[in-house]
Design a protein around this ligand. Structure first.
Ligand SMILES: [Zn+2]
Length: 749
């Protein structure tokens, strides 16, 4: 899924070291014992000796260049740590701004890269608590700190003396003698400062800062409301009859959830994607499907204390006002200016080119489902709460493919080993489990990543796979520490997070094909971070434009269905036998099945996002705007937006992805086109193409222009035909389909 910064407007700078990349969607154990042992004995003596010391402010200790001291963190540590770390960074920045020596790259830009080391560490842990360890106590801290973090970020971008120095370096004739990476970094600082208002007059700057602080508060309230509706609302099933149609794994998970909720003897379907979607797919009880569906699509839209509509109106107005202040017609124009797409119009062109064939496909899908329902004498008209249920039946009828037939072969731990194997084949990575580093929850496990050939340490990979209360729904990757070598070699620490349902204790966790795809997707982000080979932290790993960052993750999804992975790792959890070829063939034949649904539910969200942010400063009623926009688009009545506005966290819970949800399809055009490079070369494990992928895409971070990087990898710009083929849409009917994604002379820099 995407990118959000915990430092909220900190991401305005795009220099935020703490990025979270979400999924579009949702044992050799590092057990509780490990946690306890770390908490009690293996703590460094000098930490213990200073009883008052805030563990968030100390250097990370131990092996691998130090790791986060998760085991020592208490919620009460965050506020003082953030305040102290912000003050430290401000004084570091002030020293650079006040330097009496003439501005140079070294004393200004490189010096800036050395600031805020403590804050980076604090924010890395703060981000983990925000996304994976959230509770009421922490939420109070977030509400207080998010406007302060926004104001802090503005204090830096609005520091006039500092900006004059950055601008001076940017205009230095000697700049041409800097390395390309240094020139790119200088350009990035200059651009980000200008985009954040560094050129504005003092009163405009003051207003901008006010807006950013108000936004930060609103973003926090939005996500807290969403989390409340996802954790407080649920569907309780009271008897066997209400479980009709549900597979055993879902029943087990629902029973576990009921135990957690202290409702023994019942079954609980939580109001999150990972529970609701399987329920809608399998429940034979239509009225319960409707109930679950309504609960899920009305998150944040119930007219109660957690309603997000008013917040959305305020956010949209503030974003529009900010864009005007910064000299852009709309927020969408401001947002797109430094992206690969460059303008909202380019994104609309792409989305509209795909929209029509996708809607046409939905009509066919609905017809097929209606025919089947009629044959069963169900006496219904297909409604949104029927779509997944009947799609599954059509899948069975047409492709003889039952998702429950696939699931026994998809063991979470085996697939994880499969991902490791792929990383070894493509990038020469080798993963070994480590237990001597602290984790924040007993579910989290850690692996060391080394180069398979040289044995060189590359980084650490933390894995937090399971759903639990206080954890955001969906799936995401983040980096606790970026790779860099400004002063010394610093290796990266990345994590993958998802919300798989644990099921029965002691049994292997079986996941769906979609979940397996998400698993590979997030691992693609992790490999992007792990492959990083740059000098400066602001350019490291996944710190690339949001419409490019999903390319490495989406392309990695493709290796799940390679015969090598399926033969070695898709093993039946009871027999250990690999998935039969006949089943694989049926999976492949069904690969474009239901793409009308998937594309339309996604594009509806992406189009509403873009149109809301193109609407300017008018006061928007989100419900009315959503209805009007969808009706103008000709949204099929049988589908609802993947994320309706009142819970569209990508767009309203931070400043990173608004007018940016289009990024997934933009990136998917690139990833589909890039995968074809493997196909053309003879297969997904072609060593030469893999080496190019690593050299030009995975390892370069933001050190080169994304369009240039892609051309270096592929020899040309991305074309959209591959995406249309991948989704099973006609290629020739669409003139747009012949276009390349990037205009031939894309503006570089
Ligand atoms: Zn992603």
């Amino acid at each position: 899924m995407n990118l959000k910064s915990i430092g909220i407007t900190y991401l305005l700078l795009s220099l935020a070291p703490m990025q979270v990349i979400q999924a579009k969607n949702g044992f050799e154990p590092n057990t509780a014992n490990d946690m306890k042992s770390l908490a009690t004995q293996s703590v460094d003596a000098d930490v213990n000796s200073k009883a008052d010391e805030n563990p968030l402010l100390t250097e990370w200790k131990g092996a691998f260049g130090g790791t986060p001291l998760f085991n020592l963190v208490k919620v009460a540590h965050f506020k003082p740590a953030l305040e102290s770390a912000m003050a430290e960074k401000l004084s570091e920045v002030e020293r650079i701004a006040k330097n009496s020596a003439a501005p140079t790259f070294e004393n200004t830009i490189a010096a800036m890269e050395r600031t805020g080391r403590t804050l980076d560490r604090v924010e890395a842990v703060y981000g983990v608590w925000s996304s994976a360890m959230n509770n009421a106590e922490f939420q109070a801290v977030e509400r207080e700190m998010s406007p302060k973090l926004a104001a802090f970020s503005d204090k830096i971008t609005q520091n006039e003396a500092l900006f004059r120095r950055i601008e001076a370096v940017y205009n230095l004739p000697e700049k041409a003698r800097l390395t390309p990476e240094q020139q790119r970094l200088t350009w990035l600082y200059y651009t980000n400062f200008v985009r954040a208002g560094a050129r504005l007059k003092p009163d405009a700057k003051a207003r901008l800062s006010q807006i950013n602080q108000q936004l930060a508060g609103l973003f926090t309230r939005f996500s807290q409301n969403q989390l409340a509706d996802e954790s407080e609302q649920f569907l309780a099933l009271k008897n066997e009859a209400e479980l009709a149609g549900l597979p055993q794994s879902l029943r087990d998970a629902a029973a576990e959830e009921a135990t957690t909720k202290k409702m023994p003897g019942a079954w609980v379907i939580t109001n999150t994607r990972s529970s609701i979607e399987p329920f809608l797919t399998y429940s034979d009880r239509r009225e319960l499907r409707e109930k679950a569906w309504r609960m899920f699509v009305n998150r944040g839209d119930n007219g109660d204390a957690h309603d997000n509509n008013q917040i959305i109106t305020e956010i949209l107005q503030l974003l529009a006002e900010r864009a005007k202040l910064l000299g852009y017609p709309t927020h969408a124009h401001w947002r797109l200016d430094d992206k690969m797409a460059k303008t909202p119009e380019r994104t609309m062109e792409l989305m509209e080119a795909v929209w029509k064939p996708a809607v046409a496909r939905v009509r066919e899908e609905v017809r097929d489902m209606q025919t089947l329902a009629d044959k069963e004498k169900a006496n219904i008209k297909i409604e949104p709460w029927d779509y997944r249920y009947y799609a599954e039946k059509v899948r069975k009828a047409r492709y003889d493919l039952d998702q429950n037939e696939v699931k026994p072969y998809l063991q979470l731990e085996k697939l994880r080993e499969g991902m490791f194997w792929v990383a070894g084949e493509l990038f020469n990575f080798n993963f070994t489990p480590v237990t001597n580093v602290p984790v924040y929850h007993a579910d989290v496990r850690v692996w060391e990543v080394k180069d398979k050939i040289t044995g060189k340490h590359i980084g650490l990979w933390y894995f937090d796979p399971f759903a639990r209360e206080g954890k955001s729904s969906g799936a995401w990757m983040n980096a606790y520490r970026n790779q860099e070598r400004v002063d010394r070699n610093i290796t990266t620490i990345v994590s993958n997070n998802s919300n798989f349902v644990k099921g029965k204790p002691g049994e292997p966790v079986l996941i769906s094909w979609d979940d397996a795809t998400t698993l590979f997707h997030e691992f693609g982000h992790a490999l992007h971070g792990l492959s990083s080979n740059v000098t400066y932290p602001s350019l490291s790993g996944t710190s690339v434009a949001t419409d490019y960052v999903e390319f490495p993750s989406q392309i990695l999804e493709r290796w799940l269905s390679t015969p090598e992975v399926l033969q070695k790792f898709a093993l039946h959890y009871q027999t250990g036998k690999p998935i039969p070829q006949n089943l694989v063939d049926r999976i492949n034949r069904a690969s474009t099945f239901n793409q009308g649904f998937a594309t339309v539910e996604y594009l509806a969200s992406a189009l509403v996002d873009m149109k809301m942010h193109l609407a300017g400063s008018q006061k928007i009623d989100p419900d009315a705007f959503e209805r009007k926009t969808l009706s103008e688009l000709g949204m099929p009545g049988e589908i609802v937006m993947r994320h309706r506005t009142p819970h569209f966290g990508h767009v309203f819970s931070s400043d990173g992805y608004s007018a940016g949800y289009y990024s997934y399809i933009w990136s998917d055009v690139i990833s589909a086109d890039a995968y074809d490079a493997f196909v053309e070369a003879g297969g997904p494990y072609d060593k030469a193409v893999a080496a190019r992928l690593r050299k030009y895409i995975f390892s370069v971070g933001n050190t080169i222009d994304t369009a240039d990087a892609y051309r270096a990898f592929r020899g040309r710009d991305p074309k959209i035909e591959a995406l249309m083929r991948k989704r099973g849409f006609p290629v020739n009917d669409s003139k747009k389909g012949k276009q390349t994604l990037v205009k031939p002379k894309a503006k570089s820099r």
